[in-house]
Design a protein around this ligand. Structure first.
Ligand code: KG4
Ligand code: ZN
Length: 332
């Protein structure tokens, strides 16, 4: 079926048209990052207003790119949560209005399940069961995925998410927002062994990144002055490697522990070039197949929401027009 996906959980307004949960006919993303950059993070009230401005043009663009009209759409899938409630409501209200006006089935989708399903939009994806690492600005969780809506948590962060660790470091170093992209780029010219940073919660499948951020803060305080521009590549390369080390090691260990030798890595941080390189290299050595979507499907998008929506709608699941947004919605 042809599903229109709508995503507005954070600071990206996105709409996409996906056929049969596999084929992306269009994937439009309007980022607000520039607007929030001056505040060093997402300002929820501004995010909601920007979503309102962008949502209709973004949907129209998605229809145009897919070379379809609303008459061709057979279902509407929308992110119901988790996320910023004011932001979610913009996408949800728009989806409901469309479903009501066009008499289309509506389905609310979990954003985290969307990240996992982004792999089904690529040519290379695993069969269930697999281990999924969802690593984004708000989440760092390891799941044993046995099917759609059948996830078990096998490890998760006890404090900050990995994306937050990137964003907070960028803020401390005055590198701008969103931090992950800037650090990824700067780290390419740095020495990963220049500075030593802690690797949290060794032995466990849970994560902790707050000590890492504190360690950077303490270094800055001890120096009494910001790092010089020529020092920054080494600092961020070492910091980034500390995050990636634990993500790769724990994910591959989880696969071995559960005897599930297929791993999906998804969410915004999975766009990181060094993370992708490390996963590919280490997994090959340990005989585990690693599947990572292309960067554009790692960061927030609506194609992944349509992919989950297609599956649920095919199963006959439907939501009513009384569907509400939820800021917290664990996958398991
Ligand atoms: O999945 P996402 O777009 O939104 C959430 O659901 O949170 O993830 C956003 C997070 C941000 O923390 C951002 O800094 C991080 O993903 N990110 C990256 C990269 N691109 C985005 N982190 C590291 N390297 C990147 N290239
Ligand atoms: Zn996300």
């Amino acid at each position: 079926m042809v599903v229109l996906g709508i995503e507005s959980s954070c600071d990206e307004t996105a709409a996409a048209v996906v056929r049969d949960g596999r084929e992306t006919l269009s994937n439009v993303i309007a980022s607000q990052a520039e607007v929030h950059a001056r505040y060093g993070g997402v300002v929820p009230e501004i995010a909601s207003r920007k979503h309102i401005e962008a949502i209709v043009p973004v949907i129209l663009q998605a229809m145009e790119d897919a070379r379809l009209t609303l008459a061709d759409i057979e279902g509407v899938a929308v992110t119901r949560g988790p996320g910023l409630i004011g932001s979610l409501l913009v996408g949800l209200s728009t989806a409901k209005a469309l479903a009501f006006a066009r008499r289309l089935p509506l389905i609310g989708v979990n954003h985290l399940e969307g990240h996992v399903a982004s792999i089904f939009l690529t040519d290379s994806f695993p069969a269930f069961p697999f281990i999924a690492l969802v690593v984004s600005g708000g989440h760092t969780t390891l799941y044993l995925a046995e099917g759609f809506r059948r996830f078990a948590v096998i490890g998760q962060t006890k404090d900050d998410a990995a994306g937050e660790a990137f964003d907070k470091a960028a803020k401390l170093l005055d590198l701008g927002y969103p931090g992950g992209v800037v650090i990824d780029r700067l780290a390419k010219n740095g020495n990963r062994d220049a500075l030593s940073f802690p690797r949290g919660m060794k032995g466990s499948l849970d994560f902790s990144f707050s000590g890492l951020k504190t360690s950077l803060l303490m270094r800055l305080k001890k120096r009494g002055s910001p790092f010089a521009p020529e020092e920054l590549p080494d600092v961020v390369a070492s910091y980034q490697e500390a995050i990636i080390d634990v993500l790769v090691e724990k994910t591959l260990r989880a696969a071995a522990l559960h005897s599930v030798f297929r791993v999906v890595v998804c969410g915004g941080v999975a766009a990181n070039s060094r993370l992708r390189e490390r996963f590919r290299g280490d997994a090959a050595r340990s005989g585990i197949d690693v599947f990572i979507p292309p960067p554009v499907l790692c960061t927030d998008n609506a194609a992944m929401i349509a992919a989950v929506g297609d599956h649920l709608l095919q199963e006959g699941q439907r939501d009513g027009l009384d569907l509400n947004a939820v800021s917290r919605w664990p996958l398991a």
